[in-house]
Design a protein around this ligand. Structure first.
Ligand SMILES: N[C@@H](CCC(=O)N[C@@H](CS)C(=O)NCC(=O)O)C(=O)O
Length: 286
């Protein structure tokens, strides 16, 4: 692990680290915010943030204004890059495929399968690294934005025993049914839509209710969606998740926020409420 940035922030420290990843076979950057409680030697719970299309680890740490809330609640914030990167890593001209658009899946198709293993990275490698190198407990929650909202939902729904709570801003909830998802899942996983189901939150909520993962825990979901988001009706379609959760009685709070768009101004407006909501789940006795 090599530290590449360090800034005092709200009594804690915003850091950026770079490390070789065994999941992606590349160097990965990750933002880590240590609250004052962690600097004082306390083991703190960890909230993982997954960013959207075109983002690196920088967007969230510089634009969301999350650090003050993490400092208040004593949470570590971990925000990784959104894909493997490098001149030897496959890429595409489109902003919505390849570098900056890992979609938090494990790719099975050439030329992507060599490095695009962001699911393994986020679920296994990153928590192990964080819990070994920082004053972090193994109590975790996860949230994200857009493609990262999709990632957070998929990760929590597939591993309900590993995350206390999951929330999202403007998530892609049904990639199998929208253009962004169909393009990318087709490329990373091949053209059989059956293979996409394990990466689709609507399908996963239904599978969880049918007991297909052998898990009885159903992580509560909080979603904020801007009413003026340009991607709302074509790519995000939160009503599909709302219907799946209603049909299966999965706990979901979906809040439509009139006037807000898809940007980090929207995220900054509600990040404090999301962090407070996660803090409650993270600080409950197990
Ligand atoms: N049309 C946009 C799509 C990308 C986009 O809206 N990305 C969102 C996540 S899906 C984002 O967070 N962008 C970076 C930022 O606002 O800092 C582009 O070409 O850049």
């Amino acid at each position: 692990m090599k530290q590449i940035e360090q800034h005092a922030c709200f009594g804690g420290r915003q850091e950026v680290w770079q490390h070789p990843s065994s999941s992606t076979g590349t160097l990965m950057n990750v933002g880590v915010y240590l609250p004052p409680q962690a600097l004082a030697g306390e083991k703190c719970p960890v909230l993982y943030w997954l960013s959207g299309l075109t983002c690196t680890e920088q967007n969230f740490i510089t634009k969301a204004g999350a650090q003050q809330h993490a400092a208040h609640h004593g949470l570590i914030l971990v925000a990784p890059d959104t894909s493997p990167r490098g001149k030897d890593v496959a890429d595409d001209e489109g902003y919505d495929l390849g570098q900056g658009a890992g979609f938090y899946v494990n790719a099975t198709q050439a030329p992507w399968a060599d490095h695009y293993r962001m699911y393994d990275y986020v679920v296994d490698e990153l928590p192990a690294l964080v819990e070994a190198h920082f004053p972090a407990s193994d109590v975790r929650s996860i949230l994200g934005h857009s493609m990262g909202g999709h990632g957070a939902l998929v990760v929590a729904l597939r591993n309900p025993e590993r995350y206390r709570s999951v929330s999202a801003f403007a998530p892609i909830v049904a990639p199998s049914q929208v253009p962004w998802g169909q393009k990318v899942l087709g490329a990373y996983l091949g053209n059989d839509p059956q293979a996409w189901k394990a990466w689709d939150s609507v399908a996963l909520v239904e599978a969880l209710a049918a007991g297909q993962h052998g898990a009885s825990i159903r992580p509560p979901i909080l979603i904020d969606q801007g009413g003026e988001d340009a991607y709302l009706h074509e790519q995000l379609r939160p009503e599909l998740l709302e219907a799946a959760c209603a049909a299966t009685r999965h706990p979901l709070e979906l809040r439509l926020q009139p006037g807000y768009d898809h940007s980090y101004y929207f995220i900054a407006s509600f990040i404090g409420e999301h962090i407070a909501w996660h803090a409650q789940a993270l600080q409950e006795a197990p």
